[in-house]
Design a protein around this ligand. Structure first.
Ligand code: IPE
Ligand code: IPE
Ligand code: MG
Length: 257
């Protein structure tokens, strides 16, 4: 079959070795600290250094979007002291890093239910987004008080409202409308998902958006995740064949030949 003229196949974008969008569950801060006899907070603090490294490495490699899971909607259930120290850390990290992000042409975007955060933190989030809004380099998305189920519920509420207002018939609802209503709708879908610390689960991260994302699990704790570890994930990604339900022959790759 001539793969060049089949519209089903042409719809599949050619895969480059560098993912356009990388989504990361930064896990293992607590265990990293514990293994060193330190309080959990020390792990979260050390995790900020890994964020810096990964952001700059992704920008250098030409990644377009990097989404980092910083705080899940379930993380509020952690001990009050840990939640409090994480909030402090977000605030200082935001205040300290924004200038540097801006200098490096990074556009910052925050997803998740932000009304749960303090006024101070919400203001810093807003300012950081406004200040970097016109940057054209890497888009850095921070998922804070984010949950994949929450995201889908918000999308459903929006569509339900349109039905109620008479702008939409229930039968017209399709996958594209949901894709257009969840977080990150305006960005390419994640190509590569990385979770650190050896855990192999999604933990309510981007449920809808990860439908066809390549998954990579690293045994390193997040504070130990560095440029080499990122390269390892990219190498694994480069060796994957993305088929989207088609056969290897249709895609016309070595695996299908
Ligand atoms: C990830 O590290 C950071 C957050 C969830 C905020 P953890 O704090 O989950 O570290 P472990 O999994 O307990 O080691
Ligand atoms: C997922 O990690 C959330 C973030 C990294 C922000 P968790 O450590 O909270 O996930 P579980 O509890 O192990 O599934
Ligand atoms: Mg964890």
């Amino acid at each position: 079959m001539n793969t060049m003229t089949d519209p089903k196949i042409e719809a599949i974008k050619p895969k480059s070795d560098i993912p356009r969008h990388v989504a990361v569950i930064m896990d293992g801060n607590g265990r990293w600290a514990k293994s060193r006899g330190l309080p959990r907070f020390a792990g979260h603090k050390a995790g900020v250094d890994s964020v810096r490294k990964v952001v700059s490495e992704c920008a250098k490699k030409g990644v377009e979007v990097l989404t980092l899971f910083a705080f899940s909607s379930e993380n509020w259930k952690r001990p009050e002291k840990e939640v409090g120290s994480l909030m402090e850390l977000f605030l200082t990290a935001l205040r300290q890093e924004v200038k540097k992000l801006h200098r490096n042409n990074v556009r910052l975007k925050i997803i998740g239910g932000r009304h749960a955060f303090s006024e101070k933190l919400q203001k810093s989030m807003r300012l950081a987004e406004e200040q970097t809004a016109d940057n054209t380099g890497l888009t850095l998305v921070i998922a804070a008080n984010y949950g994949g189920r929450w995201d889908i519920v918000e999308a459903v509420k929006k569509l339900a409202q349109e039905v109620k207002d008479g702008q939409l018939e229930p039968e017209q609802i399709n996958e594209q409308m949901i894709s257009d209503s969840v977080a990150l709708a305006e960005l390419p879908e994640p190509d590569l998902f990385i979770r650190t610390s050896g855990e192999q689960r999604i933990s309510n991260f981007l449920l809808w958006q990860l439908a066809y994302t390549e998954l990579f699990f690293s045994d390193r704790y997040w504070p130990d995740f560095d440029e080499d570890a990122l390269q390892e994930a990219f190498n694994a990604y480069a060796g994957r064949e993305r088929r989207y339900g088609l056969t290897g022959e249709q895609i016309g790759t070595a695996a299908g030949a």
